[in-house]
Write a protein that binds this ligand. Sequence first.
Ligand code: NAD
Length: 240
Amino acid sequence: MSELEILQKWLDESQKGVFFGGAGVSTESGIPDFRSVDGLYNQSYQYPPETIISHSFFTQDPAEFYRFYKEKMLYLKAQPNAAHKKLAQLEAAGKLAAIITQNIDGLHQAAGSKNVLELHGSVHRNYCLKCRQSYNASYVKAAEGIPLCKHCGGMLKPDVVLYEEPLDEETMAQAIKAIREADLMIVGGTSLAVYPAAGLIHYYQGSRLVLINKTPTPYDSHADLILAGKIGEIFSQITA
Ligand code: NAD
């Protein structure tokens, strides 16, 4: 059997699989990841993304934070690709119980996935730091310079987990529960370099750990099945 046929068989047999993904899931939708050759780490900006999208940088230099954030992280025209769509179909078919994502782009929900656990928040939720009024991503994108609250003038903050900030405990607990109960775990489009998210893989207790990635990851030796390649192309060959 080919790797693809094994993945198809495991999906056919699965009843509570989980998918755990990262930025590589959305590159085929035109959103750059952080670590690929054409990802954000290889582009010229004055500071690396990890510095700019940190809590301390946001506090010290919100204008520069927002210049980077709006240009490099808000891709509001991006559409779900074949991977997002197939994952939504697999959930609807009763094969996947949860999608756990490090992405903040909302594309899993746009593709129709219901149980999406967003470890790092979402660009689609923003709030005023002073009066807590909510704003959508278009408001932030359209603002000149730092987006401000139209009611009280306070500065807005995206509901995104910045570096140095803790992950939401409830979301993390739900992710751990879904992984512990999973009969199949598919990990895709993530360098598995960002913690604590990457450590989630240790909670999987089954014997069907699948890694789908363009490049090797530090967890390749843990995997029961590895598919090297583009995740959208791979999922487009899977039947839900
Ligand atoms: P990463 O950039 O560290 O790694 C992405 C991985 O995906 C790489 O190993 C790369 O080889 C692989 N990859 C890229 N395109 C692929 C494809 N089409 N098919 C298969 N593999 C592919 O991403 P990460 O591990 O998610 O960590 C980066 C952090 O940055 C995360 O915390 C995430 O929140 C954030 N981020 C999010 C987005 C988004 O929401 N779309 C985009 C950039 C960064």
